[in-house]
Design a binder for this molecule. Structure first.
Ligand code: F6R
Length: 605
């Protein structure tokens, strides 16, 4: 989704902005722009459709300044174009604004206040910058008061705003509601960004902002005020990410690096959350709150939802607690009847997903306890839930999530073991999660070492096909959904994950000669049934590929997975699907890390 950067007090503002925008490229965007002011009466607005590289060329060597703002845009209102790219500018050329979010009532505001203004873009953002200008020039308000007044008109809209006024060229006006925004604190300069990754080479000390706050940022000053204008004091927090961790090194794409990192993520989670005896080390208060619950509700979107489907099996089998899994965008506006003592678990790599946050806001209003499991410390969902557990997977940059998915499953396994142990559940006592994670890590390593096999399979069976199916039952069905999502999002093959028993109830009509059907078989009780379903599609011309644990393997199977506990197989069976998707995309010559239309962090509903 849209990315925001800003800096004040550095002569190298242009390169800081462009480098920052480059770091945010992974979030997904279709156009970009910067505005800089050199404090000597000279300012520049440069916008470009397409990549940051194109913007960089357009900026050239002459554009310079010490204060500026920049933006990557993921189109919501109006097509990707230079006119719709940000910064948006007021009609008189005095105010410049970048925005991440959606202004729900922009049309009403346009009608009510700006019917005489000629708009140059189709964006909701332009309405905001024109409004600020209107309140300054027609009502005589100063810029801060005009900004505040504008914000008071926006209802429940979501926004991260960064505003500049030509007449106060060293000042950044900042505000946020629902969309992420941080202030980075420097020595004689300050920065603003929607993700600290953008500015890690400038500073590691950040101030979080709360919804409704307004901040005035100058080179030597940061003034935070609440909605009523009262001053707010806030301590900085230190971001402990090494900028090099977010670098892809010698890998052609981040996705491959992140797939390769999974064995180490398993080991890291084991180190952080298990003691030497293999016992979980989990906050006692969190465990008590979980124990008090009569039902767990896992809420998530996309890949994280798929990780939740696996997690539910772990909580039910190890901790004996009923667990439901919900898609957050559905749950937010169609809350089902809840049990008497619900406990909510939010799975979110980014910690910023607007759909999931909407549910968390409702949950908080109803005073239910919650846990966010996320990869990003200090992210919105982590701050707003009762408890947080971190995934420790390191920055995930590729849009298609891989290591965060497996980290989410592994951490849920640890948590389910902890909860089961705390509740004297025999299944949990017998489950050696430390040993299992060690086996999983080794198994993952064996799979990622076989890259040539997946490259070959992708070329032979997936490159030319318009569609493909992943099938399985139980946990294998959950992984089918995830592996199909991986294939469709980065290779644009129409791929679907199906419960294998469901195929013959309709979908089998789509099977034609050479349609690829990939069967996942890791569960003893359903292995025979899925094999029969594979035969049914073969009889209709499908080309089948099997991903099978060695305990259940037959001579003609395609990919054999090393043995782990049946409850943990998802951690291995997903890896072939990740690699098949990667090589299909790569061999099609697509941009693996930045698939079309997608954003890494989905901050609008
Ligand atoms: C797909 C993918 C998305 C995310 C989804 C939720 O590869 O990454 O489906 O899983 O947008 O994002 P988070 O986990 O950040 O809440």
């Amino acid at each position: 989704m849209c990315g925001i950067v800003g800096v004040t007090g550095k002569d190298s503002a242009v390169s800081i902005l462009l480098n920052g925008l480059e770091k945010l490229e992974y979030r997904g965007y279709d156009s970009a722009g910067i505005y800089v002011n050199d404090q000597n009466g000279q300012d520049y607005l440069v916008k470009e459709k397409g990549r940051i590289d194109d913007l960089r060329k357009e900026v050239g060597a002459n554009v310079q300044g010490s204060t500026g703002i920049g933006h990557t845009r993921w189109a919501t209102h109006g097509e990707p174009s230079v006119a719709n790219a940000h910064p948006q500018v007021s009609a008189d050329g005095r105010f410049y604004l970048v925005h991440n979010g959606v202004i729900e009532n922009f049309q009403d505001l346009k009608n009510d206040y700006l019917s005489d203004v000629e708009f140059t873009s189709q964006t909701d953002t332009e309405v905001i910058v024109q409004l600020v200008d209107r309140f300054v020039t027609k009502e005589g308000l100063d810029t801060l008061a005009a900004f505040r007044k504008t914000l008071s008109l926006l209802g429940h809209s979501s926004y991260g705003f960064l505003l500049m006024d030509k007449e106060a060229p060293d000042t950044l006006y900042v505000a946020k509601n629902k969309s992420p925004l941080l202030i980075g604190v420097g020595d004689g300069f300050n920065v603003v960004c929607s993700d600290s990754l953008a500015m890690l080479d400038q500073t590691k000390d950040y101030l979080e902002l709360h919804d409704g706050e307004i901040v005035v940022v100058k080179p030597d000053e940061i003034k935070i005020t609440d909605q009523q204008g009262n001053a707010v004091e806030r301590d900085t927090f230190h971001v402990d990410i090494d900028a090099a961790q977010a670098d892809k090194g010698t890998y052609p794409f981040y996705m491959l690096k992140e797939i390769d990192e999974q064995p180490n993520v398993m080991r890291k989670l084991s180190q952080v959350y298990l003691n030497d005896d293999g016992q979980p080390v989990i906050n006692a208060e969190l465990l008590d709150a979980l124990k008090a619950a009569d039902r767990l509700y896992i809420v998530a979107a996309g890949t994280s939802y798929h990780a939740g489907l696996v997690g539910a099996r772990l909580f039910e089998s190890l901790a004996n607690v009923p667990t439901e899994v919900h898609v957050s965008s559905e749950f937010a506006y169609n809350q089902p009847l809840l049990s008497k003592k619900p406990f909510f678990i939010f799975l979110t790599q980014s910690g910023e997903t607007a759909d999931s946050r909407e549910v968390l806001l409702n949950v908080n209003e109803q005073n239910f306890p919650s846990l966010t499991i996320t990869n990003v410390p200090n992210s919105t969902l982590s701050r707003e839930a009762t408890y947080t557990l971190l995934l420790h997977a390191g920055p995930e940059i590729a849009v298609a999530s891989t290591k965060a998915y497996t980290a989410q499953i592994a951490l849920q396994a640890i948590l389910a073991k902890a909860l089961g142990e705390a509740d004297d559940q025999p299944a949990a006592k017998d489950f050696d999660v430390k040993q299992q994670l060690a086996l999983v890590a080794n198994g993952m390593q064996a799979l990622v070492d076989e890259k040539a096999t997946f490259d070959k399979l992708a070329k032979a069976d997936l490159l030319k096909t318009p569609n493909a199916f992943y099938i399985g039952r139980g946990l294998d069905y959950a992984v089918s959904l995830e592996t199909a999502l991986k294939l469709k999002e980065i290779s644009y093959v129409q791929a679907e994950g199906f419960a294998s028993g469901e195929l013959k109830h309709g979908t089998i009509a789509l099977i034609e000669k050479d349609t690829p059907v990939i069967g996942i078989i890791t569960q003893q009780n359903t292995a025979g049934l899925t094999r029969s379903n594979l035969q049914e599609v073969e009889a209709r011309g499908a080309k089948t590929i099997t991903i099978v644990t060695d305990a259940l393997a037959k001579p003609d199977d395609t990919i054999i997975l090393p043995t782990v506990d049946e409850r943990m197989t998802a951690l291995l069976s997903v890896v072939p699907g990740q690699l098949l998707a990667y090589y299909t995309s790569l061999n099609k010559g697509l941009d693996v890390d930045k698939p079309r239309n997608l954003a890494k962090s989905v901050t609008v509903e």
